[in-house]
Design a protein. Structure first.
Length: 470
């Protein structure tokens, strides 16, 4: 039998693994080029993986919920005309999805197998062509709460759990989903709900976490005598509530933070800014038209203008063939930090240069909604050249930001609060925020960083004057 083995591709920038969420095909199914075969959850989003081959599914290399490494087999496909039967053991290699009927509305011509030799979908490791596959053959898996109907009398409603990671967390912690209160929309159980339940529920005895022989006998004995759990950390002598391995977005973020701190010699400058006039401008626009860009959108517009004046901060320092090289770009891909149930992610507005504050605000809102719904593509979460971090929404004034490697700088925005301020020699109360710029000292000196930060501050203090010139 002539088999083509499809290896799991890199679905983002250097991702090394992904969790298999759902198989969209089963052993014995016919697949076409570009047909979605599986949904996988990376550190950044849930994405469909299309097949680069046409033929019959021979083997599914993994079960739903498994973590697969990039570059390892995902699926084996028997090519058309091979004339061989499916191996008997292939059916037991995974939990295949049942065969599904063609998508409603597709006639025989639309659903016929393609004879194209290349995939039209663009993923790292894929080829490209103008061919468009017939698409998936079943309705898409929902990544949002479904409508909940009233259960029959005496029956408890089934808990809403969309993410397989949440299910796995609960299973590993030996928690029953029915006993966990879901704080999401429609009672959806979120990762934070499971984590809260783990804190409330003491860890049971575990041989792997039994007191270490190195632990003081007196301390160990006192813990047992007081009825404490047998799971005791040998380093601290304290009972262990839970051990949670870093996965997904948290694992990717931890690696990125470590690399940034290790490779980038960053420096930081900051300045207090009187944002009263900007707030007044926004209030006036909202009163006149009913809508107005957010403060983040205005800052984003000032940032794109500032990067045009100080392009050194819109670069990346990379090692090419053993030589450190500063790469400049004709355009700005503007990232902004967003907190989600899956952790901290940085959506990216591609080609943000020249867009108005209103357009930037609309696109920030749309992209944030996609990210929080778990529907962002890899393109939405990669390729940034400069990042804005609005940590003021958490009620803090400043932060020692970690640059989003391999970018050259990050602008941080603190909360806006009433503070005493001198205006034309008179002391008054103004709306003040703190801007912080962390920058890679290898790409520019302090004068460039200070000039950029001062430009943003001046624009916020005199927005009408700056906007009139943009």
């Amino acid at each position: 039998m002539s088999l083509q083995v499809f290896l799991l591709p890199d679905l983002g920038e250097g991702l090394v693994e992904a969790e298999l969420v759902t198989w969209l095909v089963g052993v014995g199914d016919s697949v076409h080029i570009d047909q979605p075969i599986a949904e996988v959850e990376t550190a950044k989003s849930v994405v469909e993986v299309p097949s680069p081959f046409e033929g019959t599914v021979a083997t599914l290399h993994g079960a739903e919920g498994d973590t697969l490494e990039v570059g390892k087999p995902l699926i084996s496909v028997a090519l058309p005309g091979s004339g061989a039967a499916m191996p008997a053991e292939s059916a037991s290699s995974a939990r295949p999805a049942p065969r599904r009927p063609p998508h409603p509305g597709l006639d025989d011509a639309d659903s016929a197998p393609s004879t194209a030799a290349e995939s039209g979908n663009v993923l790292i490791g894929y080829g490209t062509s103008s061919h468009g596959g017939p698409g998936r053959t079943r309705p898409p898996r929902l990544h949002r709460p479904q409508q909940v109907t009233e259960p029959p009398v005496g029956r408890k409603p089934a808990p809403l759990v969309i993410s397989p990671l949440v299910r796995k967390m609960a299973r590993d912690a030996q928690l029953a989903l029915a006993d966990i209160h879901g704080s999401g929309e429609g009672g959806l159980i979120l990762r934070s709900d499971v984590e809260a339940a783990m804190v409330r529920t003491p860890a049971g005895p575990s041989p792997a976490l039994a007191p270490s022989p190195a632990l003081s006998p007196a301390l160990s004995g006192s813990l047992v005598a007081e009825g404490a759990p047998a799971a005791v950390d040998p380093r601290t002598g304290l009972p262990v509530l839970a051990r949670t391995a870093l996965t997904g977005a948290k694992k990717a973020a931890a690696a990125a933070f470590t690399r940034s701190r290790r490779e980038i010699p960053e420096a930081t400058v900051w300045v207090d800014v009187d944002a009263t006039t900007l707030l007044d401008l926004r209030a006036g626009l909202k009163a006149g038209t009913g809508t107005a860009p957010s403060i983040l959108a205005f800052v984003a517009r000032f940032v794109t203008a500032g990067l045009a004046r100080f392009p050194q901060l819109n670069t990346q320092l990379v090692n090419e063939n053993g030589v450190d090289t500063q790469v400049s770009f004709d355009g700005i891909n503007l990232g902004f930090a967003a907190q989600t149930d899956r952790g901290l992610v940085v959506p990216v507005l591609r080609g943000a240069q020249g867009r108005s504050a209103r357009a930037l605000g609309e696109q920030i809102g749309e992209l944030t909604a996609r990210v929080r719904a778990g529907k962002a593509s890899t393109a939405d979460l990669a390729g940034g050249t400069f990042t804005i971090n609005n940590y003021g929404v958490f009620g803090v004034d400043g932060s020692a930001a970690i640059i989003n490697h391999p970018e050259a700088a990050m602008l941080g925005i603190g909360r806006i609060v009433d503070k005493p301020w001198v205006v034309e020699g008179e002391l008054c109360v103004r709306k003040v925020t703190e801007l912080t710029l962390a920058f890679d000292h290898r790409v520019c000196d302090g004068a460039v960083a200070a000039g950029f930060l001062r430009f943003i501050a001046d624009a916020m203090e005199n927005p009408a004057g700056v906007l009139a010139e943009l």
